[in-house]
Write a protein that binds this ligand. Structure first.
Ligand SMILES: Nc1ncnc2c1ncn2[C@@H]1O[C@H](COP(=O)(O)OP(=O)(O)OP(=O)(O)O)[C@@H](O)[C@H]1O
Ligand SMILES: [Mg+2]
Length: 273
């Protein structure tokens, strides 16, 4: 974490134990997803390490977003979807009936491709919405979480004087950092990011990528990206998907410099897509 951005989070987390970096955040076993009769993910098994950035790459339509959404049961919002297989979050099967999907999504935050601040809400309310939904009313705690989340998202200095302005007044890159702050405010354990930089210019992209690298100190991050350079710059491990299958999962360095599978090499060298 750069500069003062780190300090509040370190303090806030001082009482709670972080997972070991050697521990898996997710253990995914034989994951299948169907939309209607159409199989889109065909038995993906993968362990996503805690407190690292895991990149997911692959051609358009190969199932990256489908895979990501299965990790916090987002598919439950889409009619006609069937998910089969096991997804364990720090050992706990997230598809067990006793798991409350709302609590699960508090543990597994999500940031989307297109920044989506709530248009009628101020910057402050956008950050606090998850805590308010969780029934937190304590003003001191809300103020603390507001500043902490905005600092973590490297946005505090740019918005501290206009917390009551509409979230939609911010630039594209600032809006995306606001969405990251919104996800962080509830203290998730994992952050799922689906092409968070694809709508941003190179400067805003560099800011978000640097933020992602800093956040991995505390969070387990899964980053879907189309951009191979972005995966190379940001991800510790990278999974390559093709046509709904996991082809290869390796340290980013190994996957990019010495892939084991020909399909990976063909993709990386631009031989298809
Ligand atoms: N809600 C849906 N209903 C039906 N089919 C869907 C739905 N969402 C995705 N699909 C299909 O599932 C497949 C995988 O889509 P997915 O969005 O996971 O791909 P992706 O790898 O994220 O692609 P991109 O890089 O373009 O975002 C595609 O063939 C897509 O058409
Ligand atoms: Mg996608």
């Amino acid at each position: 974490m750069t500069g003062s951005a780190a300090d509040p989070k370190r303090t806030a987390l001082a009482g709670g134990a972080l997972p070991q970096k050697s521990q898996p955040a997710f253990q995914i076993e034989d994951l299948h997803v169907w939309f209607g009769n159409r199989a889109v993910l065909h038995g993906v098994s993968l362990e996503i390490p805690a407190r690292h950035v895991t990149g997911i790459i692959g051609p358009s339509g190969c199932g990256k977003s489908t895979f990501l959404r299965a990790l916090n049961r987002m598919h439950e919002f889409t009619p006609g979807v069937r998910v089969q297989g096991k997804v364990r979050l720090f050992g706990e099967d997230i598809y067990e009936p006793r798991v409350d999907p709302i609590l699960l999504r508090r543990r597994v935050g999500m940031v989307f491709q297109k920044s989506n601040p709530f248009p009628t809400m101020s910057i402050q309310e956008n950050v606090l919405v998850g805590l308010r939904l969780a029934g937190i009313r304590n003003r001191g705690l809300l103020e603390e979480r507001l500043e902490e989340a905005l600092r973590m998202a490297a946005l505090w200095n740019e918005v501290r004087d206009r917390l009551h302005a509409p979230g939609t007044e911010l630039s594209g890159g600032q809006q995306q950092r606001l969405c990251i702050a919104r996800a962080l405010a509830v203290h998730p354990e994992v952050l799922l990011m689906d092409e968070p930089c694809s709508a941003l210019d190179p400067i805003a992209t560099a800011q978000i990528e640097s933020l992602i690298r800093d956040l991995r100190e505390h969070y387990s991050i899964v980053l879907v990206t189309h951009n191979l350079q972005e995966a190379g710059r940001t991800a510790d491990f990278t999974a390559f998907f093709l046509e709904g299958k996991l082809i290869e999962f390796e340290s980013t360095k190994k996957l990019f410099t010495n892939p084991s599978r020909k399909q990976t090499e063909d993709y990386l060298t631009g031989r298809f897509e």
